[in-house]
Ligand binder design. Structure first.
Ligand SMILES: [Zn+2]
Length: 420
């Protein structure tokens, strides 16, 4: 008895074979394969986790596949299949992966480079398609929403994280860049088999609390960074230019530099951020600072958010820069010269009335751009292909749809000494 099914996950075609592959049913199996797949499919993976037995007839099927397609990729081979491949020496000729996720990632990665899985607990606060002003959203919906969760926050976070991981995998995502405040997504992501980086977030404008917050964050990073598995790394997110005290920037950057920690920064997202950073006025001053005692006001550096990052040395660490909507040509040049990559989250930008990222300018400069969904508190799903759909409409006439589609396969760059 055998069963074969074909599914498409993300951009990979997956052929799952289970049962016995022997001389009695080999012809029938071969016929089904011939019917189900195209031999020149460049994105084919065969899942053999549930193959109980494979005889020489099974090897002939694999050989024929290799002769026709030039490549055989096997995910999850069962113990029996591994033995047969090893005895015959074929394991050296085929690409063999320990998990389905690894195989799919190797064939055609699909990256959601910006999530806050835990903020799925605030999905009920998401603005509708009419949108909500950025600062009102942070103050009323995010800060206010977290206060409302109160003691139930931990439970709500872990439920949201589990649901979102299920959704990411179902959407064919193989790599994720997630932001966590208290480390709650780290363990579930390590277990998920997804590749990528979990960035622990550093945030706070109060210099007296800076050191203890930094220690909380570095403790979380230290606890996990030596236990990373299968390509999931631990990084640091230094929240934004307007929400982190200069002292905290300095020691946070020092830590990342010394320990080669991947860094992620939200930057140039809203007009309010731009106004505060360049002129020291606007909704950040009027509404954001003072929303709670942990956010005393900061002084404007009177420069664009990207220029600020360049001047404090943050761009030297080639961080993953999220949003980059409110940027001018000089900012784009600074990003280009630094070798940093940027993340585009068009649906979140629209719902938070932040504007349109000038995607064509980044692509003209060959700056790596990745797609991200942002959190469910500002985006209606974490399916990065939904993000592509909106981006195609948003950049109509400026960026070709196929160039936007290709962005989902860009992978999150890591610092030089961070092994992949
Ligand atoms: Zn974000």
């Amino acid at each position: 008895m055998f069963e074969i099914s074909k599914t498409t996950i993300g951009m990979t075609d997956l052929l799952t074979i289970s049962g016995r592959i022997d001389s009695i049913n080999a012809t029938a199996i071969h016929e089904v394969i011939n019917r189900e797949i195209s031999y020149d499919d460049p994105n084919l993976v065969i899942d053999m986790e549930d193959v109980e037995y494979m005889s020489a007839a099974g090897l002939r099927i694999l050989r024929s596949l290799q002769d026709n397609s030039g490549k055989v990729r096997i995910a999850n081979p069962s113990k029996r299949v591994r033995e047969v491949l090893s005895i015959t020496g074929l394991d050296a000729h085929y690409d063999i992966y320990d998990s389905r996720m690894q195989a799919i990632h190797a064939v055609q990665p699909v990256t959601n480079a910006h999530t806050h899985l835990e903020l799925g607990a605030l999905a009920h606060k998401r603005p509708d398609v009419g949108g909500q002003d950025f600062v009102d959203w942070i103050v009323d919906d995010v800060s206010g929403g977290l206060t409302e969760l109160g003691g139930g926050r931990h439970k709500a976070f872990s439920r949201a994280i589990e649901n979102s991981i299920t959704d990411l995998v179902a959407a064919g995502v193989t790599m994720v860049g997630d932001i966590t405040t208290n480390g709650e997504s780290i363990e579930p992501l390590l277990k998920s088999g997804l590749q990528g980086v979990v960035y622990v977030e550093l945030l706070g404008t109060d210099p007296t609390a800076a050191i203890s917050r930094l220690h909380d964050v570095t403790d979380m990073i230290e606890k996990h960074r030596h236990h990373i598995q299968r390509g999931m790394h631990i990084g640091m997110s230094i929240h934004t230019p307007f929400s982190v005290h200069p002292d905290l920037w300095e020691i946070g950057l020092d830590y990342c530099r010394q320990h080669n920690i991947p860094l992620c920064i939200h930057v140039a997202e809203s007009q309010a951020e731009h106004e505060f950073m360049t002129a020291g006025t606007g909704a950040i001053v009027d509404k954001y600072y003072g929303v709670s005692n942990v956010l005393p006001p900061m002084t404007s550096p009177n420069k664009t958010p990207v220029q600020f990052l360049a001047d404090i040395g943050a761009l030297d660490l080639r961080p993953l820069l999220v949003h980059c909507v409110q940027v001018n040509d000089d900012d784009i040049k600074l990003i280009k010269d630094s070798g940093s990559a940027v993340v585009h989250c068009p649906r979140s930008n629209l719902r938070l009335r932040c504007g349109r990222m000038p995607l064509e300018k980044f692509l003209e400069q060959d700056i790596p751009v990745l797609m991200g969904s942002d959190s469910l508190a500002s985006s209606p799903s974490i399916n990065v292909f939904d993000e592509v759909e909106i981006a195609v409409a948003l950049h109509h006439g400026k960026v070709a749809p196929k160039d936007i589609q290709a962005l989902v396969s860009n992978i999150i760059p890591l610092n030089d000494n961070v092994k992949s």
